[in-house]
Design a protein around this ligand. Structure first.
Ligand SMILES: [Zn+2]
Length: 83
């Protein structure tokens, strides 16, 4: 399995709107949200992560994933404030 470098174990906030979970530095978002990313996009991000990490294509794919989950979160959010 993948070896984890110490820096990859650092925690940072999940980028999804309203999420208070933390992600590992080498992850795009928290595990709960990652599985809301469309499967093809997740596969694409993994492929780019392995082949060209940090490339423009990789970063663009990550942005697409974050936007996709943010849209899903927005759809699920109640239209009126919950009590
Ligand atoms: Zn999250």
């Amino acid at each position: 399995m993948a070896k984890l470098l110490p820096k990859n174990k650092q925690r940072c906030p999940c980028p999804i709107h309203g999420c208070r979970s933390q992600r590992r530095r080498d992850q795009v978002m928290c595990a709960g949200h990652w599985f809301k990313v469309p499967r093809e996009l997740r596969d694409e991000i993994w492929r780019l992560y392995r082949s060209e990490p940090g490339s423009a294509a990789h970063i663009a794919a990550i942005r697409d994933a974050i936007r996709s989950v943010n849209e899903q979160v927005a759809e699920l959010a109640p239209t009126s404030p919950a009590a």
